[in-house]
Design a protein around this ligand. Structure first.
Ligand SMILES: C[S@@+](CC[C@H](N)C(=O)[O-])C[C@H]1O[C@@H](n2cnc3c(N)ncnc32)[C@H](O)[C@@H]1O
Length: 259
């Protein structure tokens, strides 16, 4: 995939940051001394962590240099690391490993959860949120568009870049490692001003790996137009002209020590 575009990503900052705030709100640990925000992006989720735990030492980690550069511009005094979540060998262990809207981009979730567990302190907490992309008409229609013969030769295999399991999979991987597990799903209702805004919101995330495979701007525009046509069928315009985008997300928290 091409590198991320932090400014495009932050255009929908409040919709993107709210799940991290909801996840933070459910964590029982009131006093973690050290926190790592895995896949911190441009630092929006890291700031939500700083607001709740201003005294903790917080590290933001991301594999995208563009994202880390943006995050560091926002808060140069913080520790920001460019590294891959799966292979990063931190110098310390953390009381909280936090990851919001990231693990769907990483293939082996069994290895990942076990790696997260290893970098936690003995009483540490793991808190994760991931979008259930394939459970939404949006994800299905993007992939359906990619399957069309007009695009298939270029977009074949892109859907494999997303790794998303259901709650049952994560529960079975968490319970051997954590004394206590909390899980839930939330259907957010993003209120957007048009169908075009859904495309704009997805351009820097769910649509991105498909668009990255297309050669020219005109091809990318055509692909987006096709997605837009499908969106108009599935997501009605409300009486006031807005469009609601129901967006499903899975949350889980694992506590090494019973809470
Ligand atoms: C959708 S953004 C999430 C940003 C932020 N955490 C938030 O809550 O909005 C996903 C981020 O995960 C990062 N990412 C993807 N794969 C990664 C990996 N293997 N290791 C570290 N970061 C990764 C991307 O670079 C991107 O910045």
């Amino acid at each position: 995939m091409n590198d991320w575009n932090p400014d495009l990503y932050l255009q929908f900052s409040s919709e993107r940051t709210r799940p991290s705030m909801d996840l933070i709100g459910r964590i029982h640990d009131t006093d973690p001394q050290s926190i790592i925000d895995i896949g911190c992006g441009p630092g929006n989720s890291t700031h939500a962590l700083m607001n709740r735990w201003p005294k903790a030492k917080i590290t933001g980690l991301d594999s995208s240099r563009a994202m880390i550069t943006k995050a560091a511009q926002g808060d140069p005094s913080q520790e920001w690391v460019v590294a891959d979540a799966l292979t990063y060998a931190p110098p310390v262990r953390y009381d909280l490993v936090f990851s919001n809207a990231v693990i769907q981009w990483i293939p082996d979730h069994e290895a990942l959860i076990s790696r997260f567990h290893e970098i936690l302190s003995d009483t540490g907490t793991l808190a994760v949120q991931l979008p259930l992309f394939w459970d939404m008409p949006l994800g299905k229609m993007i992939d359906h568009t990619a399957e069309d013969k007009r695009w298939k030769s270029k977009t074949e295999g892109v859907s494999d870049l997303f790794t998303i399991h259901d709650y049952s999979y994560y529960y079975d991987r968490l319970t051997p490692l954590f004394q206590s597990v909390d899980m839930w799903e939330t259907h957010y209702m993003h209120i957007l001003e048009s169908h075009g805004a859904i495309v704009e919101m997805m351009r820097s995330t769910g649509l991105k790996p498909y668009l990255d495979q297309l050669d020219s701007d005109s091809e990318k525009r055509e692909f987006e137009e096709e997605v837009l046509t499908h969106l108009k069928k599935d997501y009605p315009i409300q009486a006031n002209g807005n469009v609601l985008l129901p967006f499903k997300r899975l949350f889980f928290i694992g506590y090494k020590v019973c809470q």
